[in-house]
Write a protein that binds this ligand. Structure first.
Ligand SMILES: C[S@@+](CC[C@H](N)C(=O)[O-])C[C@H]1O[C@@H](n2cnc3c(N)ncnc32)[C@H](O)[C@@H]1O
Length: 287
């Protein structure tokens, strides 16, 4: 079995954590502090986020969309495939090296979506971008972590708290939609979205080869009048308690005996991620 090889590593801005890029054959893995954030073997949820976000758009021909963050570019590529030439997509990516990886070694995985003229990449925190552009977006698609429990950095927690959700609501145009990907169900997050003035739809997303049920939360801002009625008589929402990042085991290579038979005549270098690595994503990379 081929070993994993570390290709690059960089600091995650605003955290003491390291993000690293690894490769085994044609499988790439982005890890934070040794824990896998994503790979290109299983990326169904990224496409699900784009599908659901784009389906909710009032006008798919000329929308302005904010995607946070870039990862391997699958959500971005899927949005591009669904939207017309008038669409504009802003991708917010916190880690400069991720953009560089997408411009080079990772670019082909999602078909070089950064080369599309409809795309603008902004390096920095998506929370800052949302605050900077009130009424700026028809859809905000958030996939910066493994869900409302931050993995990339602890300060991402604020994105999913009352302040972050209020900023997301303000950043939306009338009729806009916020979609948030999560590794698991999170009733407290649903409640916070409602408190922040969203009508919430929970889209369960079951992985094919895993028991985990993933979730894409979709929020549409309620009209101000309805929000005022809903909050009348309620105590002011308190601050969201600090939450710790999920401690998942570091990726371990799968024993060769469990490797998938080469039914599709894969090259010898083809390697398969371990079940730990498959926790998040659901599909094999495109050929
Ligand atoms: C799970 S990946 C995104 C996967 C992406 N949906 C795809 O299709 O490949 C998470 C990305 O969000 C970035 N990120 C983490 N925190 C962020 C933040 N606060 N603002 C912007 N990007 C962030 C990470 O560096 C990483 O590239």
């Amino acid at each position: 079995m081929l070993p994993w090889v570390q290709i690059d590593a960089t600091a995650v801005p605003g955290s003491g954590k390291e993000m690293s890029l690894h490769r085994r054959g044609d499988v790439f893995s982005i890890r934070v502090g040794g824990v896998e954030l994503m790979n290109n073997w299983i990326y169904g949820p990224e496409c699900g986020l784009a599908d659901i976000g784009c389906a909710a758009l009032a006008d798919p021909e000329r929308p302005r969309i904010l995607i946070g963050g870039l990862g391997m570019g699958f959500t971005l590529a899927r949005c591009l495939s669904k939207l017309g030439p008038g669409a504009r997509i802003v991708v917010s990516e916190l880690v400069p090296a991720v953009v560089r990886w997408n411009e080079t070694v990772l670019g082909a995985l999602a078909g070089h979506p950064l080369n599309d003229a409809r795309v603008t990449v902004v390096q920095g925190d998506v929370a800052r971008l949302m605050r900077a552009e009130p009424g700026g977006f028809d859809a905000i698609l958030l996939d910066v972590d493994n869900g409302p429990e931050g993995l990339s950095r602890a300060s991402n927690d604020k994105l999913y708290g009352h302040g972050g959700l209020a900023a997301a609501r303000k950043a939306l145009r009338p009729g806009g939609v916020l979609a948030v990907w999560s590794l698991s169900e999170d009733q407290a997050f649903t409640a916070r979205m409602k408190q922040a003035g969203f009508d919430v739809q929970e889209n369960r997303y079951r992985q094919r080869r895993a028991s985990a049920r993933q979730m894409i939360f979709v929020g549409r801002p309620r009209p101000a009048e309805a929000r005022a009625k809903a909050s009348a008589g309620k105590a002011p929402a308190g601050k969201r308690p600090e939450r710790k990042a999920k401690a998942k085991g570091a990726s371990k290579p799968k024993p060769a005996s469990k490797a998938k038979p080469a039914a599709k005549a894969k090259p010898a270098a083809k390697a398969k991620p371990t079940s730990t690595e498959r926790v998040r994503r659901t599909r094999r990379p495109r050929d």
